[in-house]
Design a protein around this ligand. Structure first.
Ligand code: AMP
Length: 283
């Protein structure tokens, strides 16, 4: 079943809560692929009822980003959700979420702002305000759906860490369930933005996962010095890649690591055919 209105969704949720049913929420921007479906599957297994939100959230896009051309495939998404046993697809309009005229400046909207230490690095550095938009929309979804569990992919690891921090800092009564990255057989992490790539671009994009897998192999062989591990990346890069960052950070606090250990995540972002791609791996 698809629901577009907050009021209607709330009535349904109230009914479920009255019956003592547990509710899982899987927030997405749609254009669903096997990565999203792995989160959905986990929720359907774990919870009595599952809500998948499909909402291309305008306030998490920065000026000049792909808000207008972001793939929107609601009919297909609804079909996939039905097949996967989802109870409700929640697909609000921007007006429904942010009010008439959806004035999106923070002069007119209450935002949830994550701590600066978590957003002044990695994706937050080039996507200024992005995580404010993410935290605000996820907080709204939590208030609307009141889920017992919410499922997020490790693909967006900085987002996952920031959302865990938000839930902890604001005492939000939801348990965040992290879900592993789903990859193509080639190693490429699935992403709705892979649709922008040509076949050649997809081949070039493999550099990201190759760099991460190679770093993990070197680490397992005993190389712990981050500078030495970073140097192993350059052999995989050519003129078709614009590396934005390759960083080693703590899995909970995002503090920088100079020596890699079991709490280290390696984060990478690069542009291929002007498409911004991200990936990461836990050591
Ligand atoms: P998005 O629609 O890109 O906002 O993603 C919605 C959710 O799906 C987020 O929690 C993502 O981390 C997760 N996700 C996207 N791609 C993957 C993937 N390849 N593997 C696992 N989770 C993913």
């Amino acid at each position: 079943m698809i629901i577009h209105k907050i009021k209607e969704l709330r009535e349904q949720i109230k009914e479920w809560k009255k019956q003592g049913l547990t509710v899982g929420l899987v927030p997405t921007m749609g254009a669903l692929h096997a990565g999203h479906l792995s989160l959905i599957k986990k929720s359907v297994e774990k919870c009595d009822r599952t809500v998948v939100s499909v909402f291309v959230n305008p306030i998490q896009f920065c000026p000049g980003e792909d808000l207008d051309k972001y793939p929107r495939t609601l009919d297909a998404d609804e079909g996939l959700c039905n097949d996967a046993g989802v109870n409700i697809v929640f697909a609000p309009s921007p007006e429904e979420m942010y009010g008439r005229g959806h004035i999106l400046s923070n002069d007119f909207l209450t935002y949830v702002i994550p701590p600066y230490f978590y957003v002044d690095k990695l994706c937050g550095k080039s996507r200024v305000g992005h995580f404010d938009g993410v935290c605000t929309v996820v907080n709204k979804l939590f208030n609307i759906v009141q889920p017992d569990f919410a499922f997020f992919g490790e693909k967006d690891r900085q987002q996952l860490i920031i959302l865990k921090k938000m839930v902890n800092d604001l005492n939000i009564p939801v348990e965040i369930i992290p879900c592993p990255i789903v990859r193509e057989e080639s190693g490429l992490a699935l992403s709705s933005r892979n649709k922008y790539l040509t076949e050649k671009g997809k081949d070039e994009a493999l550099a990201l996962s190759k760099i991460l897998f190679n770093i993990k192999m070197c680490y397992n062989k005993g190389i712990k010095d981050v500078k030495a591990l970073k140097e192993t990346a350059y052999g995989f890069l050519n003129n078709n890649h614009t590396l934005e960052y390759l960083e080693f950070r703590d899995k909970n606090t995002l503090e920088e690591k100079l020596t890699a250990d079991g709490d280290t995540i390696v984060f990478i972002a690069a542009r291929v055919e002007n498409v911004r791609l991200i990936d990461n791996i836990a050591l």
